[in-house]
Design a protein around this ligand. Structure first.
Ligand SMILES: Nc1ncnc2c1ncn2[C@@H]1O[C@H](COP(=O)(O)OP(=O)(O)OP(=O)(O)O)[C@@H](O)[C@H]1O
Ligand SMILES: [Mg+2]
Length: 268
C-alpha cells in the first residue's frame, strides 16, 4: 500500500445536501451541506435526535439515496451517483429490523453462502461444499449462540438477536471497506443488545473494518467506538475523538449534547 492510500480517508462526504419535498410547504433539509471524513479503521458512533439526518446520511453513503448536491467518496473514489449494488462490495449494512438483513426461507448456511457470493455468478449449491460449511461453522462458533451446530435451521426460525448476529456476519463476510449499522440493536432486549454489541465489536476489531454505527443508546455511545458524532438538523454538531471520549459518562454526554442543540459546533 502506498503512503497516499494509507492516509486516504475511508469515507469522505463533501457538502452533501439532501432536501425532501423541495419547493413544497413540506420541504425538509435532511442533510445541510454535510462534510465529514472518516479514517481507515475508525469505529464511529453517531447519535442525534429523531429527524437529525442520521439514516439519511447512511442512505447517501450506501447509495440508497442520491444527494441533490455534494460528493461522496469511498477510498478516494467518487461514488456519489453509483447504484447500491455497484458499491455493495465496499459497503455492508445492518438495519434496525432483524427481518431485513437475512432471508427467512433460507437456512443459516444458505444465508451465509448468499452473502459470500453477493455480486458473483455461481449458484448457491456450488457455494456450499464441505469446506465452506466448516468455515461458516467456525465463524459462527465464537458468538456462543449455538448457531454453528444448527446450520440448516431456517433464518426465519431464529430469535431477533440471533438474526442480527447472522445479519452482521453476512454484512461483514466479504470484508466491506465500510460497515454501516443503523440502530441495529434497538429492537432487541437489553441482554441481547449487549450480546450483539459484543459481536459487533469483535467483528470490527478482527476484520479491522471501518464502521459507522447509529444509536439512541447513550451507554453504547459512551462504551463503543473511537469517535463520537452528534448530529442535529442535517449536520454534525459535536465531534469527539478517542481522547475526548475517554472517561466520558452518560451524564456528560447528555449535557454536551443538550448544548449542541443550539447549533454550535464543538470539536475536541
Ligand atoms: N423518504 C423521505 N421522504 C421525506 N422525508 C424524509 C424521508 N426520509 C427522511 N425524511 C425526513 O428527513 C429528516 C431526516 O430523517 P432521518 O430519517 O435521516 O432522521 P434520523 O436522524 O435517522 O432519525 P431517527 O432517529 O428517527 O431514525 C426528517 O425530517 C425526516 O422526516
Ligand atoms: Mg434513523
Amino acid at each position: 500500500m502506498s503512503s497516499s492510500e494509507e492516509t486516504r480517508p475511508a469515507l469522505r462526504l463533501e457538502r452533501v445536501r439532501v432536501t425532501f419535498h423541495a419547493g413544497t410547504p413540506n420541504e425538509r433539509v435532511a442533510l445541510d451541506d454535510l462534510s465529514l471524513d472518516i479514517a481507515q479503521e475508525e469505529f464511529v458512533v453517531v447519535i442525534g435526535s429523531n429527524g437529525a439526518g442520521k439514516s439519511t446520511m447512511l442512505n447517501v453513503i450506501s447509495g440508497a439515496l442520491i444527494p441533490d448536491g455534494g460528493r461522496v467518496e469511498l477510498e478516494g473514489k467518487d461514488v456519489t451517483r453509483l447504484a447500491v449494488h455497484r458499491r455493495a462490495a465496499y459497503v455492508g449494512r445492518v438495519f434496525q429490523d432483524p427481518m431485513l438483513g437475512t432471508a427467512p426461507a433460507l437456512s443459516i448456511e444458505e444465508n451465509l453462502a448468499l452473502a459470500g457470493r453477493r455480486g458473483l455468478r455461481r449458484g448457491l449449491r456450488l457455494a456450499l461444499d464441505a469446506s465452506r460449511r466448516r468455515h461458516f461453522a467456525e465463524i459462527l462458533a465464537p458468538f456462543g449462540l449455538g448457531l454453528d451446530t444448527r446450520m440448516r435451521v431456517l433464518a426465519g426460525k431464529l430469535s431477533g438477536g440471533q438474526r442480527q448476529v447472522l445479519a452482521l456476519l453476512m454484512a461483514s463476510l466479504r470484508k466491506p471497506r465500510l460497515l454501516l449499522l443503523d440502530e441495529h440493536t434497538a429492537a432487541l432486549d437489553p441482554g441481547t443488545a449487549d450480546l450483539v454489541m459484543r459481536a459487533t465489536r469483535r467483528i470490527i476489531e478482527e476484520d479491522r473494518l471501518t464502521a459507522l454505527m447509529i444509536t439512541h443508546n447513550m451507554q453504547q455511545a459512551v462504551d463503543f467506538g473511537d469517535r463520537l458524532l452528534a448530529m442535529n438538523a442535517g449536520r454534525v454538531r459535536v465531534d469527539l475523538g478517542a481522547a475526548a471520549k475517554q472517561g466520558l459518562s452518560v451524564d456528560d454526554l447528555v449535557q454536551r449534547f443538550a448544548g449542541a442543540a443550539d447549533h454550535h459546533l464543538l470539536r475536541a
